[in-house]
Write a protein that binds this ligand. Sequence first.
Ligand code: FO1
Length: 314
Amino acid sequence: MIVALAGGVGAAKFLQGLVRAIDPAEITVIVNTGDDITLYGLHISPDLDSVTYTLADANDSDRGWGLAHETFRCLEHLARYPVPSWFQLGDGDLATHLFRTSRLAEGARLSEVTAEIAEAWGVGARILPMTDDKVTTRVVIEEAGTGRGMDLHFQEYFVERQAQDPVREINYEGVEVADPAPGVIDAIESADGIILCPSNPVASIGPILAIDGIREALQQFSNKVVAISPLIRDAPVKGPADRMMPAAGLEVSAAGIADAYRDFIHTLVIDFADESKVPEIEALEVEAAPAQTLMRGVPQAKALAKTVLRLLEP
Ligand code: FO1
């Protein structure tokens, strides 16, 4: 069994390659839910949905999130009313949120509903939320003009304000009382290999590691944990990692990624373009494995997955 820790877009792209490199039934994906947001009373789990839709080959690969061939008629009508409409919820995507929300209202756990949604989409890999409890990634920004701190939901920072504000602090609200979802610790303990997908270490992987017991479980098995850097030439392929990492005390570089995970990974896969960083990474007692990490399409994602699987061979 291979376990992957995943955030949104970058992770989903990599997983599209992983399911083509090994039998999807051999894969468990543990997904960040710190980005989850409630809008119009609907429970939206962007990273769970990005992973599910992508593994079902139903995602919009240009946008990186949501469904292909999506329409936004409901959102157009919602804009008539005094409700926020900055989060682009597609009509097809809304069906997922309606189903998830109604099942949660009936008393189902998020992990149960996630499995039901994955099955409905014909996804062969097991998808687990990091927790069934409510954990919310909050970003304290510095408000332009006043210089005052402003505490925002991650999606308000990232989507509504386009990640333009200087970031002071990131908090995972609710994490102190959250437990790993059923199956998460078991999956880590029984895995043949564990992969940290190329995701934002602060917004995507950080919340997963902050859940009680997950980082500790990984530390026990560091000989079987490999991470993939989401940065190339000190910049993220997509998303706000460069704007968030300094606030978490991390340098925006492959070495900064190694630093974030140094207590539980044995190897960090970095891009060939970052080969000059190898000594810095190895000084942190992390092995560095240069590869082509930019995934323009499924063939590159599969090649990267095969490279990582080779690194995990005993
Ligand atoms: N990202 C955006 O940049 N703009 C959007 O309007 C947006 C809507 C959206 C709706 C559903 C969904 O599952 C994801 C959506 N995302 C959108 C992506 C999401 O904000 C991020 O990709 C993740 O939260 C970060 O991993």
